[in-house]
Design a protein around this ligand. Structure first.
Ligand SMILES: [Zn+2]
Length: 79
């Protein structure tokens, strides 16, 4: 089953947040670019990523604030 929004579906919030963080590490986005949060879809009942959220996901924000995101992005580049 695929959602009418055409977005990738994640069955749980945790999996969507993991994907959100992974995408930021992988694509090396500046903090204010790329997907910012996750939300539960009213059409498919699964979770999607969104770049249009007014607030940044808490786990993503913590990683950015602590510098962990930068470290992981650098580590990824050196692999
Ligand atoms: Zn959906």
């Amino acid at each position: 089953m695929s959602c009418s929004t055409g977005k990738k579906e994640y069955p749980t919030r945790i999996l969507a947040e993991n994907a959100l963080i992974e995408i930021h590490i992988d694509r090396n986005f500046p903090p204010d670019q790329g997907p910012q949060n996750v939300y539960k879809c009213e059409f498919c009942g699964n979770w999607h990523l969104t770049s249009k959220s007014p607030s940044r996901n808490e786990r993503l924000q913590k990683m950015i604030d602590s510098g962990e995101m930068k470290l992981k992005q650098q580590a990824r580049r050196w692999e």
